[in-house]
Ligand binder design. Structure first.
Ligand code: DOR
Ligand code: ZN
Length: 348
């Protein structure tokens, strides 16, 4: 049995840091494990210009603990009025690594998102020409579409048409939750890939709804039926370069989750790697973990893979019930559980 795993240092290709005290509290958890992270722009107000992204990046960098090498990769929040020139300039100057499409009101802080996907076709055309990656929150928001069907419906109504209209546009279908999404990504060319979160590999929708409402297992897109979770585990551990690590770690304070109208988002940053690795272990795919965590993502984003290494060992890893950040608690994913692997060294 393999008890020690040393791999290239991973990156997180989808992450929420927030801002201010919460951001300063959560950055160290990610920087301890990952060399880089794609930072989501859904702040309030959202990061819509290269100037805002530059300033936000500086604030994140200032929160990285001394001696840790961590690079935030910034994204531009697309709106109905995105300035394509500023986006292109930001990308060419290395401020923006990608742009994020949120359908308006699909999720947390998405009120300024796209009201009608076709309206931003000119921006997508420019992104295709400039080879800027498009990250997509793939859910429709129509009242008459069941929340469990919103991802599949988004593929049919919007993602397939986008991929057809812009055949060279690099698209990351973020935090996929269904077999429909896996099938779509596999059917498309190399320019279409997907991130998969730890929670969607570990839980199905029962974890949210059985035994009382479980707000800490609520995120968007919501976890689906077991058949989808099993398909996601197969895809993530398959070795296919189209699938890579993106935690979607999304901190919300305990009181905002445990509320009559609880926020969507699971804070998985503290033990993200250990959480993923348990899945690869259970699927007898430890040899494929490095590809998913450290190789497929950089290859898709046309960035070099990290040269430094990390080591994980088969050792109990107790996850605390809650973390005290800024005098307010945040409940992490796997709270109170014991994971079977532990990150022991961040430099090999
Ligand atoms: O669960 C989620 N939380 N899904 C998202 O798309 C956004 C995120 C957040 O920002 O809290
Ligand atoms: Zn997200």
């Amino acid at each position: 049995m393999t008890d020690t795993l040393t791999i290239r240092r991973p990156d997180d290709w989808h992450l929420h840091f927030r801002d201010g005290d919460v951001m300063r509290g959560v950055v160290p958890y990610t920087a301890r494990q990952f060399a880089r992270a794609i930072v989501m722009p859904n702040l309030s107000p959202p990061i819509t210009t290269s100037e805002m992204a530059r300033a936000y990046r500086d604030r994140i960098v200032a929160a990285v603990p001394n001696g840790i090498d961590f690079t935030p990769l910034m994204t531009c929040y697309l709106t109905d009025t995105t300035d394509a020139d500023d986006l292109a300039r930001g990308a060419s100057e290395g401020v923006f690594t990608a742009a994020k499409l949120y359908p308006a009101n699909a999720t947390t802080n998405s009120a300024h998102g796209i009201s009608d996907v076709e309206r931003i076709y000119p921006v997508l055309e420019r992104m295709e020409a400039e080879d800027i990656v498009l990250c997509v929150h793939g859910e429709v928001t129509d009242d008459d579409i069941d929340v469990f069907d919103r991802e599949a419906e988004f593929i049919a109504r919007h993602l397939r048409p986008i991929a057809k209209a812009f055949p060279k546009l690099r698209i990351v279908f973020e935090h996929i939750t269904t077999k429909d999404a896996i099938d779509f990504v596999m059917e498309m060319g190399e320019n279409v890939a997907a991130t998969i979160t730890p929670q969607h590999l570990h839980i199905n929708r029962n974890a949210m709804l059985v035994g009382g409402i479980q707000p800490h297992n609520y995120c968007l897109p919501v976890a689906k039926r077991e058949i989808h979770r099993l398909a996601l585990r197969k895809a993530a551990t398959s070795g296919a370069p189209k699938f890579f690590l993106g935690t979607d770690s999304a901190p919300h304070l305990r009181h905002a989750k445990e509320s009559a109208c609880g926020c969507a988002g699971i804070f998985n940053a503290p033990h993200a790697l250990e959480s993923y690795l348990e899945v690869f272990d259970d699927e007898n795919a430890l040899d494929r973990f490095e590809g998913f965590a450290s190789v497929h993502g950089p290859a898709f984003y046309k960035l070099p893979a990290n040269e430094t290494q990390i080591t994980l060992k088969r050792r109990d890893c107790a996850v605390t019930a809650s973390l005290d950040l800024t005098n307010e608690e945040i409940v992490p994913f796997h709270a109170g559980q014991t994971l079977r692997w532990r990150l022991v060294s961040a430099d090999g």
